[in-house]
Design a protein around this ligand. Structure first.
Ligand SMILES: Cc1ncc(COP(=O)(O)O)c(C=O)c1O
Length: 388
């Protein structure tokens, strides 16, 4: 049977959530309809909103349901940029880092190419942590020109956790809204929107064992943005379109379970990742654990292997029925170095030689031992067949 070690790409939907979802899919009625059936759907949606609000520590009115993490990121970035720059044309700068997921980098670069935005990429340390001193001095010099800051809570490739409160503490002095992509972090680290100082935060259901294609943007009540989609005015007019009540219900169930099981999940995955690290470092020369000693999510083990290219190694592991990735699933099949490793100052060769192993509550010790048995041979074969 295949061994799945790619939880950061997508967490398999749990049996409980699948049961909730399939039952909810049989519900009749549009949540905006005034008849009783429609109002039943509306209640399902509003209960889900309440549960999501509890899971992320926000007010229920701050939850905007979307069709996934990428949409939430686009809505926050384009929507806040247009709103802020519309109010004050001097605010034309977007501040971020190159550690972000492409769901953040690409809308920023689109705004730069098509809307004349200026972008300031703040550096990160060699362990992948935001250089707060660099952010502080940039804001001291140009804070009044910044429309928004977007910085991820935790990185999906190497697993590093950022100090988002430190970012919002710097931004507030200059009246700048901060958005955080917490899609990788949610379910792995405690998130409390209210005390974070954020204006907006993105989450996605399939990263917490919910269905694919469901997400949310948490948007502060004090904030508005320019919507991307116009229509029926649903979701505070920020995101028109008939609401996906069954998807929201399944997402809410998955989110509540992820938060309730967080410490169990983290101690289980921490032990597996420690074993992975020890097993890899003791048997394979030229393996480098990517995040060093930075604070990180427990389920992530990211390595580079000197002298090979990731795609060859992934192919060999897949032949052995082991599913892992080189980094973001969205870049899978694209033969280019990891932009995250490059941002951390690694060479192109290193950034082309990544292996990301991510585990979950269902991963067993036996699966890790099997992987550790197969990996040295696969690395040796990848090194001779497909060297950098
Ligand atoms: C950090 C991060 N941001 C955004 C996304 C995109 O989310 P979705 O797959 O729900 O569109 C992902 C998914 O891999 C992610 O890990």
């Amino acid at each position: 049977m295949a061994i799945y070690l790619d939880y950061a790409a997508s967490v398999p939907i749990s049996a409980e959530v699948l049961a909730t979802f399939t039952e909810a899919l049989q519900t009749v009625g549009n949540p905006s309809s005034t008849h009783s059936l429609g109002q039943g759907s509306r209640m399902m949606l509003e209960d889900a909103r309440e549960q999501i609000a509890l899971a992320v520590g926000c007010d229920r009115s701050e939850v905007i349901f979307t069709a996934g993490g990428t949409e939430s990121d686009n809505l926050a970035i384009k929507g806040l940029f247009w709103k802020r720059r519309g109010e004050n044309p001097a605010r034309n700068v977007i501040v971020s880092t190159y550690m972000e997921h492409h769901a953040v980098i690409d809308p920023i670069e689109w705004l730069e190419a098509h809307e004349g935005a200026e972008v300031a990429w703040i550096g990160v340390s060699d362990e992948g942590v935001i250089e707060l001193a660099a952010l502080e001095s940039f804001l001291a010099a140009r804070g009044s020109e910044v429309a928004l800051i977007t910085m991820m809570w935790a990185n999906n490739e190497v697993g590093v956790i950022n100090d988002i409160k430190a970012v919002t503490a710097l931004a507030v002095k200059h009246g700048i809204p901060v958005h955080s992509d917490a899609i990788a972090a949610f379910g792995h680290v405690p998130i409390d929107f209210k005390s974070s100082g954020l204006s907006a935060l993105s989450i996605s259901a399939h990263k917490v064992a919910g269905p694919v294609g469901v997400g949310a943007l948490i948007l502060s009540r004090a904030e508005t943005l320019t919507p991307l989609v116009h229509g029926g005015g649903q979701e505070r007019s920020m995101r028109s379109g008939t609401m996906n009540a069954p998807g929201a219900k399944a997402f809410a169930h998955a989110a509540s379970l992820a938060v309730a099981n967080m410490s169990k999940h983290n101690s289980h995955t921490r032990a597996l990742v420690e074993r992975l690290r020890e097993g890899i470092e003791s048997t394979i020369s030229g393996a480098r654990f990517s995040r060093g000693s930075a604070s990180a999510m427990t389920h992530n083990a990211h390595f580079t292997f000197e002298g090979l290219k990731s795609d060859g190694l992934l192919f060999l592991l897949d032949q052995a029925d082991i599913a892992v990735s080189a980094g973001s699933a969205c870049q899978a099949g694209v033969d280019r170095p990891s932009h995250v490793l490059l941002a951390m100052g690694r060479s192109e060769d290193e950034a082309n030689s990544c292996l990301r192993i991510t585990v979950g509550l269902q991963t067993t010790e036996a699966e890790i031992e099997r992987f550790l048995q197969v990996l040295p041979t696969a690395v040796a074969a990848a090194r001779s067949a497909n060297p950098t």
